[in-house]
Every structure is written in C-alpha cells, then in structure tokens.
Unconditional design. Structure first.
Length: 272
C-alpha cells in the first residue's frame, strides 16, 4: 500500500472517529422522537430495541402551528441572507477598494462580541420603534451576527481580483457602481455562495434573538422548541421531534452544499 493511500485511509478513519459523537447525538435525538413515552424515559436507555411510533410527529403537526414556524424561520433566514448580501458586498468592496484596514478589523471585532450583549439594546429599541414581533426586527437583529461574517469573508475574495481589472473597466467608461456590479460581483460568485449558505445556517439555528424578540406572529423553530418545554412536564418525544425537524433541513443543506462551502472558505482564505 502506497504512502499516499495510507495517509488518505488514516485521514478517513480520523474523520469518521471525529464524526461519531455528532452522529450519535443526532441518532439519539431522532430515536427519542420515534419512541413511546415509556421507552423515551426508560432506564437504562434503549438504543435499538424499541417499537417505532410517530405519535410525536402527529402531535406537533396536529396541536402546534408547526408549518407557520417553518415559514417564519424561512422568512427570517432568507431575509437575513438577502439583507446581508445587499449591505455586505458593497461594504467589503469599499473596504478593499479604498484600503480601509482599520474598518475591517473593527468589523471583525464586532463579530467576536457575545450576541447576548446586543440583546438588551435591541429589545429597548424595538419596543420604542414598535419592531417587536416583526420580521424586520428579527432580520435586523440577525444581521448583528451575520453581516460582519459576510463582509469579512468577501474581503478575501475582492482582494484577489487584480486591480488592473478595475482600472481597465474604469477606462472603458464604467462607473464605480457598474464596475462593482458587472465586473467584481460575477468574479466572486464562489464567495457569495459560501457566505449565503453560512449566513442562512446561522440565521436558521439562531435561538437567542427569536426567543426574546419574536412573538406569537414571528416565532421561529428554535424558539418554538424552547416554548414546548414546561415546568410541569416535558414531552421528550415531541421535544425531540421538533428538534429533529429543526436540525434536518440544515443537515441536508450542508450535505448538498459542503463542496461549495469548503471551496469558498479555502479559496477565500488563500486569496485573502
């Protein structure tokens, strides 16, 4: 067996070993969702020997506005992606075009601030502006986390584009905006794809902002999972079913787009 083949096999084994804990957690969550109430609370726990039942899924679709929660989460996630690109792409281009390194460092610093630090100011401002329980308010709050990430990722891609392309397009009569839209944006499609996917995943999974800032009309899936718990009794099967439904779309999205994410991140890091 060649050296390269042994190295690839060792890498594959290490990847599987690292993935086992995460896969087990997901399996355990899904298995609880298809167990009866007795099996889900049994001790010692039953890993494989149980009779599957889908009463938990019937429960969440029959007794909760689950479809509404899914639509709310989609609206907030897609809105966050679009707003992040509309603001983040010109911002990243401007930072690179006019060499605003200090601004890029400041943007990165805001990404490192804990999300909970923004919660009280957002809550007070939204209450004053009547943005509580609105999609616009939730999207604005999500941008606190996602916008710095989009800008920072896209800076690396804009940095790689030769300055000569910009200069030649300006000589040909393109305005600054037309140069950005017609020349720069098409050349950074890979970065835009990676930024969009990561931004969508973060917005979909975000729990902190929706649980405080959302209301009855805009409650998202993570907030709905939290609301399903009570002090009197926890329906573990229904809770696991809702958690599985939150996780599954993101997992499927990642599996189908992992090549774009990895290629975009690696390319951006090399180019930056």
């Amino acid at each position: 067996m060649g050296k390269e083949k042994r190295r690839s096999m060792l890498l594959f084994v290490c990847a599987i070993a690292i993935s086992i804990p995460s896969l087990f957690v997901f399996y355990w969550m899904f298995s609880v969702s298809i167990k009866s109430d007795v099996d889900s609370t049994a001790y010692p726990p039953t890993f494989f020997q149980f009779t599957p039942t889908f009463h938990a899924y019937d429960n969440i679709f029959g007794t909760t506005p689950f479809i509404k929660y899914v639509l709310n989460t989609l609206i907030v996630s897609i809105g966050t992606v679009l707003a992040g690109l509309v603001i983040g792409l010109p911002a990243a281009y401007g930072i690179v075009r006019w060499k605003l390194q200090s601004l890029s460092v400041a943007i990165l610093a805001t990404r490192m601030i804990p999300s909970i630090s923004f919660l009280v100011p957002w809550f007070l401002m939204f209450r004053t502006l009547r943005l509580s329980d609105t999609f616009a308010g939730l999207i604005m709050a999500q941008l606190t986390i996602n916008l710095p990430m989009v800008i920072w990722l896209m800076i690396g891609f804009f940095l790689e584009i030769p300055k000569e392309l910009h200069d030649s397009s300006r000589i040909d009569g393109c305005s600054e905006w037309k140069c950005f839209w017609k020349v720069m944006v098409p050349l950074t499609r890979q970065g835009i794809a990676a930024s969009s996917i990561l931004s969508f995943i973060y917005a979909w999974n975000n729990f902190l902002f929706p649980v405080i800032l959302a209301g009855r009309n805009t409650k998202t899936l993570p907030a709905a999972v939290f609301s399903s718990m009570s002090f009197e009794q926890i329906d573990w099967s229904s809770l696991a079913a809702m958690a599985s439904m939150v996780t599954l779309p993101v997992l499927i999205l990642f599996l189908f787009t992992q090549k774009h994410i990895v290629a975009g991140l690696v390319s951006g890091s090399v180019k930056g």
